[in-house]
Design a protein around this ligand. Structure first.
Ligand code: FDA
Length: 308
């Protein structure tokens, strides 16, 4: 299983495969399981249907590791317009961005400026901004960015990855800010000295971190968001919230579009705040390979779609 995951994550970094996939009709067809389309209109349209189902939304344009200042500025401008479109469509939606998509590899200060602009726009339009967490080489800088933006724009959130050995320290570092944290398991290929190798260790770290976030939430010290499709783990977390008197409108559950859709609806119907993250954009290859790596059985969907 671990071997299959590593192969898929290595393939995610392969430029030849990237070019092949982007021009291959059947691979494109297979991506429809996880994204409604490449265009922002596809995402907004799918989002309206999800919202009618009682769920909130998060939109993200795919793309990472931007290498020119112009391209990073275009991404920022795209997101500024997206906030206006979300408001015009009256959708209950937030926006999630990757710092490298806004030029973190080029300039920390420009990236911070763009994030401050987007967080201000989010606030103006009644939405919120999220910072995704990328591979471990970006964690320190992403937390620095988060601290700077959160001080000005309180509703801004950041993802923390339970598989990283350092995350308990990062959570402690952020706590004085009363952070808004989306806890995820972690999607990148990290060496064992940096991240747990065994899924059981990641799951156990996730539960411990989730419990700390819930404890802090009781006194308003943290807004916990659980970004996972692991229903058993979610049940343990929601049980723990009940036992410690944390109301279910104090935390949220976030899942990806196309994964565990009926469970998303069921949790929302039970009174949980559920948000569905919808991705769109032409630069879907690396992101898509990470989804396959999370569940190598998904490769079957790609194979089946050759014949669909
Ligand atoms: P796990 O992998 O244990 O899966 C539990 C069950 O969910 C599986 O048994 C399967 O049934 C189902 N499932 C999970 N993934 C599936 C898939 N791809 N296809 C079909 N079924 C699947 N990562 C990161 O490093 N940085 C980030 O910023 C984010 N952001 C983010 C936001 C949100 C809203 C979510 C839900 C996830 C992320 N992730 C992320 C990805 C995250 O780190 C992780 O890789 C995936 O969520 C898969 O792990 P699960 O928690 O779902 O558990």
């Amino acid at each position: 299983m671990r071997f299959g995951r590593s192969i898929l994550l290595a393939a995610a970094r392969n430029q030849t495969l990237n070019n092949f996939a982007l021009h291959s009709a059947f691979v494109k067809r297979a991506t429809r399981k996880f994204m409604p389309g490449e265009h922002v209109d596809d995402a907004l349209q799918a989002g309206a249907a999800v919202a009618r189902n009682g769920r909130g939304l998060i939109f993200t344009q795919l793309g990472e590791a931007i290498t020119s200042a112009d391209a990073a500025a275009q991404v920022r401008d795209h997101y500024v317009q997206l906030f206006d479109r979300i408001r015009a469509a009256n959708l209950p939606a937030h926006v999630s961005v990757k710092p490298t998509q806004l030029g973190l590899d080029l300039s920390f200060s420009e990236c911070e400026r763009s994030l401050q602009t987007l967080a201000a726009k989010a606030q103006e339009t009644g939405s919120a901004l999220w910072l995704d967490m990328e591979d471990s080489s970006y964690v320190d800088r992403t937390l620095d960015l988060y601290e700077a933006v959160k001080r000005n724009h309180n509703s801004t959130g950041v993802a923390l990855q339970a598989y990283l050995r350092r995350t308990p320290r990062d959570l402690a570092r952020l706590m004085p800010l009363k952070p808004v944290i989306r806890l995820v398991k972690g999607a990148y290929d990290e060496p064992p000295r940096i991240a747990f190798e065994r899924k059981s260790d990641t799951d156990s770290a996730y539960f411990t971190l989730a419990s700390q976030m819930l404890d802090a939430a009781r006194t308003g010290g943290c807004t916990p968001i659980f970004g996972t499709h692991d229903l058993e783990l979610l049940e343990r977390i929601t049980d723990r919230a009940n036992q410690s008197g944390v109301a279910n409108n104090t935390y949220e559950i976030h899942m990806l579009y196309g994964i565990r859709d009926s469970a998303q609806s069921r949790l929302a119907a039970q009174g949980h705040i559920v948000k569905t993250l919808i991705s769109y954009g032409a630069a879907w290859y690396r992101w898509y390979m990470r989804r396959l790596a999370e569940r190598p059985a998904n490769v079957l969907f790609v194979v089946k779609s050759i014949f669909a």
